[in-house]
Each structure stands twice: as C-alpha cells, then as structure tokens.
Ligand binder design. Structure first.
Ligand SMILES: O=c1ccn([C@@H]2O[C@H](COP(=O)(O)OP(=O)(O)O[C@H]3O[C@H](CO)[C@@H](O)[C@H](O)[C@H]3O)[C@@H](O)[C@H]2O)c(=O)[nH]1
Ligand SMILES: [Mn+2]
Length: 388
C-alpha cells in the first residue's frame, strides 16, 4: 500500500543520550561488584548463610547488569502523520477488538466509554470496525452498546467538529470539567446538549439486567436460556456503515463466543482468538488493535501514528506490531505508589525500543494480521495466500 515514490520516512527512531542515568547505573554496578569482592576476601568462616547471601547478591548483580544494558541506549519513535496521506494511496482498514467479561466488575458504562472513544477516532470511519467480545453473554452489555450506538450518532460528529481531545465522555464531562466556560454560544449549546444526552445514556443503561428483555424483546430472544458458561455463539451487528461513508460511523459488532462447561475458554486469549477469526470473515482488515474494556483512547489520532510505523517501507519489513504506552487516570498526586508504571514505560520500554522494539503489553497494541497468521513479510512478497 505504501507509495514507492515517497521518499520522506513516516517515522524516525531517535536514540538519545542518557549520561546522568548511565553514570548513576554504572556507580551502582561498581558498588555491587565491590560488595561481592569484599564478601569474598574479608570473610573468616565460609558458612551456609554466607554462601546463600553471596549467591543472592550475585543474582542481584546479574539482574542489575541485564537491567542496565537493556536501558543503556534508549530510543523514542517519532511519527509523521502529516506525511501519511502523501505517501499512501489509501489508508488501510483496522479491526478494533474490545474485550469485556463481567457486567458487575466491569459495568457497561465503562465498556460504552471505551467503545465511544474508539468510534470517534480521527480516521476514515468506513475503515474502522469495532468488535466487542462479551464473555459474560450479558443482554445488558448488548443493550448498553445499542443505546451507545444511538448516542454515538451525535457524539462522534461533535468530537470531530470541535476537535475534542478526550473522546470518552465520562472523562470529558468529569468533575473538573463540568462547566462549559466559553464565549462561543454555538459550542456551549451543543456541549450542554451532549452532556444532557450522555447523562440520559448513563441512566438508561444503569438498569436491572432482568428488565432488559422487556425493553428490546425481539432481539433478546437469543439471550434467553443462556448462562455465561453455557451458550451458543451470538454475533450481532449493531452499526453498519453500509454506504461506506468516510465521515459516518464505524461498524460496531457484538460477539459472545460459544461456551460449554467442559470446554476450556482460555479467558482473554480465547476471546482474542475468536475476535481474530470472526473479524477475518467479516471485515478482514490487515491491522488489528486490541483494547481492554476499562481503557479509552487519549489520542484520537493514534491509528494514524501507528500506521506511520506499520506502513513505512522499513516498518513493513521489520515491524510486526506497534505497542502504545498506557497512562492511568485518577491516581494519587505525585504517584507515591508508582501506579503510572514510569519505570516500565519511560525507561524499560524506551530501552527496549533502542535495542529492537518493546514487547507486547497485552493491550493497546496494533497487530499486523498476516503476522498473527504466521506469515513473514517474505511470504507476502512471494505472493503466498493468506488462509483463514
Ligand atoms: O475470561 C476473560 C477474562 C478477561 N477478559 C478481558 O481481558 C481484559 C483484561 O483482563 P483484566 O482482568 O482486566 O486484567 P488486567 O490485569 O487489568 O489486565 C492486564 O493483564 C492482562 C493479563 O495479564 C492482559 O490481558 C491485559 O491486557 C492487561 O491490561 C479485560 O478487558 C477483560 O474483560 C476476557 O475477555 N475474558
Ligand atoms: Mn483490567
């Protein structure tokens, strides 16, 4: 899909100097080695506790050497989304997978917010398909997604018109932002209307699951006589962008995979397998993004950024997946418990990026479909068929 005429790279990997950290890490290593030396030369009697302590310190030093060398040459990847449209003729389709497993632990409003942030991404709508896997086989989740799809008809154009950054409504309308302080009267009116609609949606889906069948009788027949561990597969298309309009809404598909009591279902991994297969038959996009139901996209252009890496001529040969970092909201000031996982994302991931690339974090990752099917870039260049 990349245009061979384009010369400008779509992404660049920049290695940066980290002298202060290098010096600090090296001092720690020297101190550790001095400690080991001291243990060896200064001991009077070699007892078992001495030996155990010495082995532990050796193990720690070895671990430190690995940690240090992993982070020695950190790199950051810079993407150029503005060059993307000039270098590719047409943006590729992306299948997005959202997994949910429990309507009580993961209330539908959470999944709905995740889905709304994905439906409103800055990317041609007809190229996006959002598949929601419901391992709870819950009519409430299905009902919530139906209601959300109606809200999305207003929410998505609103976000795009005003270039909203955070497109999960519960964060956009959160307590710190619950008043619209602007002089733009048109925006104010629409903002108030949208907030009102979102509050209605929240109320509508905050219902007793037993009352759902009476709300949507015909479509709910399929959920009768099912329980979460024993039911046939249920697949329902909630939104379909039939005319394939670029600024419409993406496809939205509900899936509850078949479950039988004696058959292992392999939790999220099982759900991801089913999503890959079902989407392969319906839209078969060359790229797949997976997001847990308790997350939302905080950068509406994220697909464009990922495509810069995946569609670049080097990326097409070398990159199987693009892993996005995570951030956590509502954490304590100054993050005393390290909930933002700074060490992991800022140092370890950057260090691994400098070596080859980060590891798959289990979520927030764009995968190349052909690689998931076991093909390498050479197979495709040779014209090998992809079989599902
Ligand atoms: O039978 C199951 C169990 C879980 N999930 C979904 O899997 C995701 C992650 O599960 P969760 O229990 O929330 O795990 P966390 O520890 O919060 O998540 C981290 O750890 C998981 C496994 O280690 C990874 O899969 C996740 O991507 C990663 O974010 C959620 O969307 C769940 O709804 C299913 O779809 N089916
Ligand atoms: Mn989780």
């Amino acid at each position: 899909m990349a245009n061979p005429k384009s010369v400008l790279p779509l992404y660049e990997k920049n290695w940066y100097k980290h002298t202060y950290k290098r010096v600090l890490d090296s001092i720690i290593l020297i101190l550790l080695l001095l400690l080991l030396g001291y243990r060896l030369v200064s001991v009077n009697n070699y007892s078992l506790p001495w030996f155990v302590a010495f082995m532990c310190e050796c193990w720690f030093t070895l671990g430190w050497i690995f940690t240090m060398s992993t982070q020695w040459n950190p790199a950051l990847v810079k993407t150029y989304p503005q060059r993307l449209l000039q270098s590719v003729e047409e943006l590729p389709a992306v299948d997005i997978f959202v997994t949910t497993a429990d309507e009580e632990l993961e209330p539908p409003i959470i999944t709905v917010n995740t889905v709304l942030s994905l439906l409103s991404l800055d990317y041609p709508s007809h190229k996006l398909s959002c598949y929601v896997s419901d391992d709870a086989c819950s009519p409430l989740i299905f009902y919530a997604l139906q209601q959300a799809s109606n809200f999305a008809k207003h929410w998505v154009p609103f976000c795009k018109k005003y270039n909203v950054q955070i497109r999960a409504p519960f964060r956009y309308f959160n307590d710190d932002n619950d008043e619209c302080t602007t002089n733009n009267e048109e925006f104010r009116q629409e903002w108030l209307q949208m907030k009102d609609m979102y509050e209605n949606l929240s109320r509508e889906i905050d219902v007793d699951p037993k009352s759902i069948p009476s709300l949507l009788e015909r479509e709910f027949a399929i959920f009768s006589n099912t329980n979460r561990t024993n039911h046939p597969a249920i697949i329902k298309v909630i939104l379909e962008n039939k005319e394939m309009v670029e600024n419409g809404l993406p496809h939205l598909i509900y899936i509850s995979r078949e479950k039988r009591p004696k058959q292992p279902h392999h939790f999220k991994a099982g759900a991801m397998n089913v999503l890959t297969r079902v989407s392969g038959l319906i839209t078969n996009a060359p790229f797949m993004l997976n997001v847990d139901c308790d997350m939302f996209v905080n950068n509406p252009k994220i697909v464009q950024h990922a495509m810069c890496i995946l569609l670049d001529s080097r990326g097409e040969k070398e990159v199987a997946f693009v892993q996005c970092p995570q951030q956590f909201y509502a954490t304590l000031k100054d993050d005393p418990f390290g909930n933002q996982m700074t060490i992991l994302y800022k140092y370890l991931m950057a260090g691994l990026a400098g070596l080859q690339g980060p590891f798959y974090g289990g979520t927030n990752c764009f995968h190349r479909r052909k690689v998931m099917y076991g093909l390498s870039s050479d197979d495709v260049e040779n014209g090998t068929q992809i079989l599902i």
